[in-house]
Design a protein around this ligand. Structure first.
Ligand SMILES: [Zn+2]
Length: 138
C-alpha cells in the first residue's frame, strides 16, 4: 500500500482557485433536494466549494455560480449560513487564560488588616446573684 498522504484539493466556484478541502466551505445538495452548508464535511450529496472569504461568497451567491454548480437555486438563508461558516473558520480560537498575580492577592489581603485600633469596649460582667434559700421544715 502506498503511504502517500494527499490533501484533497477543491476548486472554488467563485474564483477558481484550488485549495485544501478543509480550508474551503462545502455546500451540498442533499439527495432530498436541499442546499446546505456542510460544516462537518460529511454530508452526502453533490458538493461545491467556496473560499471562506466574503468576496468569494458574494460572487458565488450573486453570480449564481453556486446555484449553477449545484444545479439548484439557493435557499434564502444560505448566504448567511456561508458567511457564518466563513467567520467561524477563520477566527483563531485562542484560549483565554486568566491569571491572578501574587501582587493582587497580597493587596487584597492588606485591605483586610487595616486600621483596627481604638478603645476596647469593656464589658461589666453581671454579678450572679446567689440568693436561693432552701427552707428546711420539719
Ligand atoms: Zn474563492
Amino acid at each position: 500500500m502506498p503511504r502517500v498522504r494527499r490533501i484533497p484539493q477543491r476548486q472554488c466556484v467563485a474564483c477558481g482557485r484550488t485549495r485544501g478541502k478543509r480550508e474551503m466551505i462545502r455546500v451540498v445538495r442533499t439527495p432530498s433536494g436541499d442546499v446546505r452548508v456542510d460544516v462537518t464535511g460529511k454530508l452526502a450529496g453533490r458538493g461545491a466549494y467556496v473560499c471562506p472569504e466574503p468576496s468569494c461568497i458574494d460572487r458565488a451567491v450573486r453570480d449564481g455560480r453556486l446555484a449553477g454548480a449545484l444545479e439548484l437555486p439557493l435557499p434564502d438563508g444560505l448566504r448567511a449560513a456561508l458567511t457564518e461558516a466563513a467567520s467561524r473558520d477563520t477566527t483563531p480560537r485562542a484560549p483565554v487564560v486568566r491569571r491572578v498575580s501574587l501582587q493582587q492577592v497580597l493587596e487584597a489581603r492588606r485591605g483586610e488588616t487595616g486600621e483596627g485600633g481604638g478603645r476596647r469596649s469593656g464589658r461589666t460582667s453581671d454579678r450572679a446573684s446567689l440568693g436561693s434559700e432552701t427552707e428546711g421544715s420539719s
